[in-house]
Design a protein around this ligand. Structure first.
Ligand code: AMP
Length: 607
């Protein structure tokens, strides 16, 4: 992290292509209330509450924007399809009707596991209309993360493709007795209990649907995220969150009616739903969806050909583009592009400055997390950027730096540039309303009316926030949050593994990559063959996005008196950092005689 401002990027509002929505930060913050912003939304007709899908789609049709392109989908093989708001309204109505036909009830969970296909967007919006709860799963997850989340979340319906179903889910059906319906998008028919083809089921349903009264506080999305210990956490979000999506789309991403917006995040993660689906549609802009995985040359082509005006991407992708150099940018006509933003992991100051050099405008870093449901801290179009800083809190959001006190409370840190935990004053509309089935874990996140984010940060004298690191052991690799416990559990399933400790180690592209330290059971020998076997085992169980990229063997791992593996110490030793307080260390590690592979030679996963 960079503690002091480097090369301040001064904004001249008069030179911006479009006057930003948020022109005067201090005045907007001072005058903003969530109540006053509420009329940005319509609410369901007849005062019947608030439904995300109505705000995202149907109300635009009611306002005469039915013919406007809502989603422009670019397929992997060059196919291109446009869906107007009216098309999307009808397609999501069909899906809502299909759920009704299957007897799926409001509140039941509809899981989606697939790449960025048009049906994913129809299913998410249709399920929200039916007042079901949507849970996106990342399509690169292996069977184990899928099963854990589907079990915890009580998946009733799964929308996926025949290929993903056969490869990852079919073998899990016995573990998922509550999964009554599987809807397959794609040509190949697959037999099985409750397995339906999308075309036969959904396309046959009526395109008319009236959303039933929806309590704004009813559950809309259930997003799984990782913690240091135990199973993943199911962050519960509600329909009321849509006000925050509307507001942040307007102020942090500066979306205007004639924008063409592209969010590169996958809807398997929270950015891909909040900003890859909801925020752009709620703000009535055209949302570009690219099915293909990252490829720098293709991405420049998309920005140019589709005349993207607002682009929301991630540091790993930016770093990969930087590697190709600024000349690769110059070959494309990016004259329509006017605002670039980044999220998900620390954005190095060089990347912000590179944006300025290569694109003629900086990347605007912003910060949020699954639990916050929407952007909380951002660099804004009209505000100067201090490269390396995450920016300032959104209107309606109060942030602070907090230190936990011995009495179980917190003390807010007023001194600029002093580290502490990033805290947000509760509540705000998109704040999670719970961790599914884990009230205690949820309650512990809130102290004295503040939500404690688990991130360490500092605030400078001007009010800009700077990311320092995580307060816990979770790993951020290519923007994906990975819980070490989930990886350790998968490794422990292998008959050779007695103990496993998993950490993140810095990687120039992916931010961090997952590295495991493993102690073997008697009778097993550390060596290259076993290392490859364990890497393969983890990859098969967890999927490429979560599995470790490197494994080192140890004869014993450092543990506390209560037997907990000290990941902090593993990490400090791996990186040559100070070992810190060792008073709880009970048994220490011993290196194995086997020589270790250099993890830095392993490539990170694509963003
Ligand atoms: P997730 O819940 O998967 O979206 O991950 C949220 C976490 O990603 C945050 O708690 C941070 O640790 C990290 N993160 C998100 N945005 C940023 C950012 N702009 N700078 C640094 N870290 C970030």
């Amino acid at each position: 992290m960079c503690a002091l401002p480097v090369q301040r990027i001064v904004k001249q509002v008069s030179k911006l292509a479009v006057p930003p929505h948020l022109l005067d930060y201090d005045a907007t913050v001072a005058g903003f209330t969530w109540e006053a912003a509420r009329p940005w939304l319509d609410g369901l007709p007849g005062g019947n509450g608030l439904n995300i899908a109505h705000e995202a789609v149907d109300r635009h049709v009611a306002h005469g924007l039915g013919a406007k392109t809502a989603i422009r989908w670019l397929g992997k093989t060059g196919e291109r399809r446009e869906f107007s708001f009216a098309d999307l309204a009808q397609a999501s109505n069909r899906f809502a009707n299909a759920l009704g036909q299957l007897g799926v009830l409001p509140g039941e969970r509809v899981f989606v596991l697939m790449g960025r296909l048009p049906e994913l967007y129809m299913a998410v919006l249709g399920a929200l209309k039916a007042r079901c709860v949507v849970t996106p799963l990342f399509s690169a997850f292996g069977p184990e993360p899928i099963a854990t989340r589907a079990e915890m979340g009580d998946a009733r319906v799964l929308v996926t493709t025949p290929e993903l179903y056969q490869r990852k889910v079919q073998g899990l059906r016995e573990r998922l007795p509550g999964l009554r319906h599987v809807i397959l998008v794609g040509a190949e028919p697959v037999d099985g209990p409750g397995v339906h083809g999308w075309d036969a089921l959904v396309d046959a349903c009526s395109p008319d649907y009236t959303i039933a009264p929806t309590d704004p506080e009813s559950m809309s999305l259930l997003h799984f995220t990782s913690g240091t210990t135990g199973r993943p956490k199911g962050a519960v979000h509600v329909h009321a969150a849509v006000l925050a999506h509307a507001m942040t789309g307007r102020y942090a991403l500066d979306l205007h009616a004639d924008d063409v917006f592209w969010c590169t995040a996958d809807p398997g993660w929270v950015t891909g739903t909040s900003y890859g689906i909801i925020a752009p549609l709620v703000n009535g802009v055209t949302n570009v969806v690219v099915e293909a995985e990252f490829d720098a040359a293709t991405w420049y082509g998309v920005l140019a050909r589709e005349r993207v005006s607002v682009w929301y991407t991630a540091p790993t992708a930016i770093r990969m583009m930087m590697k190709l150099g600024a000349d690769a940018v110059r070959g494309h006509d990016l004259s329509r592009l006017r605002f670039m933003a980044s999220v998900g992991e620390p954005l190095n100051p060089e990347a912000v400055v590179w944006g300025q050099q290569a694109f003629g405008m900086p990347f605007h870093d912003n910060w949020w997390q699954t639990e916050t449901g929407g952007i909380m801290i951002a660099n804004f179009a009209a505000l100067d950027i201090l490269p390396g800083s995450m920016g300032k809190p959104l209107p309606g959001i109060t942030a602070a730096i907090a230190r936990r006190t011995e009495g179980g409370g917190i003390a807010l840190v007023d001194d600029p540039l002093v580290d502490g935990e990033l805290a947000l004053k509760a509540p705000w509309p998109s704040m999670m309303r719970g961790y599914l089935h884990e009230d205690e874990r949820y309650r512990k996140c809130f102290v004295d009316g503040w939500y404690l984010t688990g991130d360490l940060a500092r605030r400078d004298a001007e009010g800009y926030y700077w990311f320092v690191g995580r307060a816990d052991d979770v790993i951020k690799s290519s923007g994906h949050l990975i819980g070490p416990f989930e990886v350790e559990s998968a490794l422990l399933e292998h008959p050779a593994v007695a103990e496993a400790g998993v950490i993140g180690i810095p990687d120039p592209m992916a931010g961090e990559v997952v590295k495991a330290f493993v102690a073997l059971k008697p009778g097993f020998e550390a060596g290259e063959a076993l290392r490859r076997e364990l890497l393969g085992h983890a990859r098969k169980r967890l999927g490429a996005a979560v599995a470790p990229k490197a494994i080192d063997f140890r004869t014993n791992l450092p543990k506390t008196r209560s037997g907990k593996i000290m990941r902090r110490l593993l990490r400090a030793r791996e990186l040559g950092l100070p070992e810190g307080d060792l008073s709880t260390l009970e048994s220490d590690e011993q290196p194995s005689t086997e020589t270790s592979a250099d993890a830095s030679t392993q490539p990170g996963t694509a963003p």
